[in-house]
Design a protein around this ligand. Sequence first.
Ligand SMILES: CCCCCCCCCCCCCCCCCCCCCCCCCCCCCC(=O)SCCNC(=O)CCNC(=O)[C@H](O)C(C)(C)COP(=O)(O)OP(=O)(O)OC[C@H]1O[C@@H](n2cnc3c(N)ncnc32)[C@H](O)[C@@H]1OP(=O)(O)O
Ligand SMILES: NC(=O)C1=CN([C@@H]2O[C@H](COP(=O)(O)OP(=O)(O)OC[C@H]3O[C@@H](n4cnc5c(N)ncnc54)[C@H](OP(=O)(O)O)[C@@H]3O)[C@@H](O)[C@H]2O)C=CC1
Length: 515
Amino acid sequence: MSMIAAFYGGKSILITGATGFLGKVLMEKLFRTSPDLKVIYILVRPKAGQTLQQRVFQILNSKLFEKVKEVCPNVHEKIRAIYADLNQSDFAISKEDMQELLSCTNIIFHCAATVRFDDSLRHAVQLNVTATQQLLLMASQMPKLEAFIHISTAFSNCNLKHIDEVIYPCPVEPKKIIDSLEWLDDSIIDEITPKLIGDRPNTYTYTKALGEMVVQQESGNLNIAIIRPSIVGATWQEPFPGWVDNLNGPSGLIIAAGKGFLRSIKATPMAVADLIPVDTVVNLTLAVGWYTAVHRPKSTLIYHCTSGNLNPCNWGKMGFTILASFEKIPYERAFRRPNADFTSNKFMIQYWNAVSHHAPAIIYDFYLRLTGRKPRMTKLMNRLLRTVSMLEYFVNRSWEWSTDNTEMLMSELSPEDQRVFNFDVRQLNWLEYIENYVLGVKKYLLKEDMAGIPEARQHLKRLRNIHYLFNTALFLIVWRLLIARSQMARNVWFFIVSFCYKFLSYFRASSTLKA
Ligand SMILES: CCCCCCCCCCCCCCCCCCCCCCCCCCCCCC(=O)SCCNC(=O)CCNC(=O)[C@H](O)C(C)(C)COP(=O)(O)OP(=O)(O)OC[C@H]1O[C@@H](n2cnc3c(N)ncnc32)[C@H](O)[C@@H]1OP(=O)(O)O
Ligand SMILES: NC(=O)C1=CN([C@@H]2O[C@H](COP(=O)(O)OP(=O)(O)OC[C@H]3O[C@@H](n4cnc5c(N)ncnc54)[C@H](OP(=O)(O)O)[C@@H]3O)[C@@H](O)[C@H]2O)C=CC1
């Protein structure tokens, strides 16, 4: 019997960010392994014209929750969606709901965050810092609370090369930032943002670091732990391999590469690609929840959920494997054949951007115009390149994260728990994982039918022929122009032609002699 699964039995669990990528997988695993849990409270806001109930209904009826329904048929009754907006004071939770949360909650998993790299400092602080502060205040009023698990990111200290499982202070106190954002004008905030974030690449990593400081400062008597995952990717094993439902991290770039839009990227092939499957993060999170509540460590423990030091894979290998997977699992209606270059040279990247991205987009838009349609490729390409430029920071550096606490926790688990809540990334086979990832992107993100694979392959063959034809035509045109204008080009051309002629004559003569 799994001790961790038994621990969550009968518990009332509060999850923020349950509608997000990580939150959904966390809920799924909780219901599947501890179907006798009492209730999961989720803080949800209406979104995209959907009510809370519609959002929950959609999640529970998705492919991800198919197995849950078998082991926990009354899952609908065990999930309690509470209207909440983490940007509002008291999260805009009604008095009755707040009362219920305060009196019943046993465990909190705080996953909600803005993960956008381009968010304004004001919004990122509001969600990643102030909301965390408010949630801690709520937690301090919960008499039955056993553990508060805060999800941060391994990149909260990406300004350092070696990162230990400790909280590093930021130069400006989070409270001072929160206070000053209240009265500062947006334009002034935009001006001071680069100075505040310093050598971090974006407001996301900076505000996640501030969030950790807030957790440390406001922990009081609470039992708290912080989990720092690196780049969270599709599921490795559970509930099935390759599940992914958003474009964050590599997923969007895998689509862009598979559809032939993205053909070069400024990346360092030898830099470590610290990807971590989402189910691994969830398993560690649940194990940490159990350990923090049962063993009550004296201080706030931080757990790095990374792959680099135990089972490293670099961007070169990852890119190469992704590319090889497209041979087996082609995506439908590709713009060009997937093929790409990793380069760390800034002149080469400019060249490849011009040749592989801008030129085909301009040519395609010209074709759309000619055929009376609205040009759109240049705009799309510019947006893609903007996205790529924001991710470049992370594919051109390597970090070392120590994982002592994570390894300590692994050794504390029973063999059964090590199996059911496996977070040992040493067992991960990258080739298999990446292939499943590429397949998962096709099935769950692009929602493409596997029956369309032969047609997708045919389409890629046609694109290859067009590519050869285009290149040959281009070569002949350039060469013709050169011959017309340059004596040297003409000389070279006559030399090549006479060489070929002699070569052929020699072979014809020798084969006649043999006969
Ligand atoms: C030895 C040598 C061997 C060489 C071998 C050569 C072979 C080479 C083969 C190469 C193949 C190429 C494979 C490519 C893949 C491999 C490389 C992968 C690199 C992955 C890098 C990931 C790094 C992530 C680092 C994360 C670190 C921190 C982790 C965290 O803690 S948080 C989670 C991460 N957060 C995010 O990822 C959020 C990022 N997104 C944003 O901030 C925003 O979305 C935005 C990018 C700023 C865009 O904002 P917009 O306002 O423009 O609008 P919107 O958000 O609505 O999106 C606009 C359109 O862009 C699409 N889109 C969104 N995100 C992505 C994405 N990640 N990738 C691609 N596209 C994305 C979105 O769908 C919109 O599209 P539209 O609707 O059509 O306009
Ligand atoms: N994805 C990754 O690569 C990594 C993620 N992390 C961390 O993991 C955690 C989860 O990330 P992930 O699941 O990927 O992110 P998602 O963007 O998928 O999910 C974010 C969640 O936060 C919720 N949320 C955002 N704003 C509000 C708001 N104002 N009120 C209520 N809820 C809100 C979202 O709700 P809604 O659906 O309504 O928008 C959603 O449920 C975050 O803390 C992130 O920093 C750490 C490392 C890597």
